[in-house]
Write a protein that binds this ligand. Structure first.
Ligand code: GDP
Length: 216
């Protein structure tokens, strides 16, 4: 993806109407603190456009980040960002779903959170795929497994991103990827991308995957 511009375009609260954006949407789910904001910022080449509040209960919104929304003039051949013309600068949304797993949040908040995500997964006409983020150092939790199953049951094959890969030695990465695969009982052939917001490991792979989904 060639990123020409990005902005936080739409914020939906529990009672907001969900938008029909008319553009491809790629959503990101994961436990709070897994590195979701950092991943979205890294994808967008921004330091702090996406941010999470450290206090639980304040992040119950779905945030729609518009990528390449502003009209760009057609780039002539030889565009410096894209010398071989192989990349797209399609207009699309990265959708930040609220993080789960705050132990201290009340059942009422958990319920409204669940309903909001469910409503989005059910009703979006433009959702192309859901990425599920798992910390590469840990085995998937019960909540992670529930989220994985939930995404599947809504008709999407979750694409897993194993975050904070810089915290491991290279030799440990594949071992942890196998653990996550087993923990989520993933089908053979389904994808896990090791990722690091610090070293930017995996950024190109994730974008290539998104490009394919957006151009379908
Ligand atoms: P979110 O709650 O899922 O949005 O998580 P954040 O993106 O806010 O990250 C939570 C914490 O993990 C922050 O302290 C980040 O600096 C840290 N973090 C996120 N991604 C990475 C990463 O790739 N590598 C390392 N070492 N730390 C990370």
């Amino acid at each position: 993806m060639i990123i020409r511009n990005v902005k936080l375009d739409i914020v939906c609260g529990v009672t907001s109407r969900l938008p029909d954006t008319g553009k491809p949407e790629i959503a990101f789910a994961g436990k709070s603190n897994v590195g979701k904001s950092s991943l979205i910022n890294t994808l967008m080449n921004r330091k702090a456009l996406a941010r999470t509040s450290s206090s639980p209960g304040k992040t119950q919104t779905i945030n729609f980040y518009l990528v390449n929304g502003a009209v760009s003039t057609d780039q002539p051949a030889g565009d410096e960002n894209n010398p071989d013309g192989s990349l797209t600068d399609a207009s699309m949304y990265l959708v930040d779903l609220p993080g789960y797993g705050y132990a201290s949040v009340s059942e009422t908040v958990k319920e409204s959170w669940g309903r909001m995500i469910e409503r989005y997964l059910r009703s979006s006409k433009n959702l192309r795929a859901v990425f599920l983020l798992i910390d590469i150092r840990h085995e998937p939790s019960g909540n992670d497994r529930m989220m994985y199953e939930w995404i599947l049951s809504q008709g999407y094959q979750p694409i897993v991103i194993a975050t904070k890969a810089d915290k491991l030695k290279r030799s440990q990465i594949q071992k942890q990827v196998r653990l996550i695969r087993a923990g989520l009982d993933m089908k053979p052939g389904s994808v896990i991308f090791p990722f690091s917001a610090t070293s930017r490991l995996g950024r190109d792979d994730v974008w290539n995957c998104i490009d394919t989904l957006v151009l379908q």
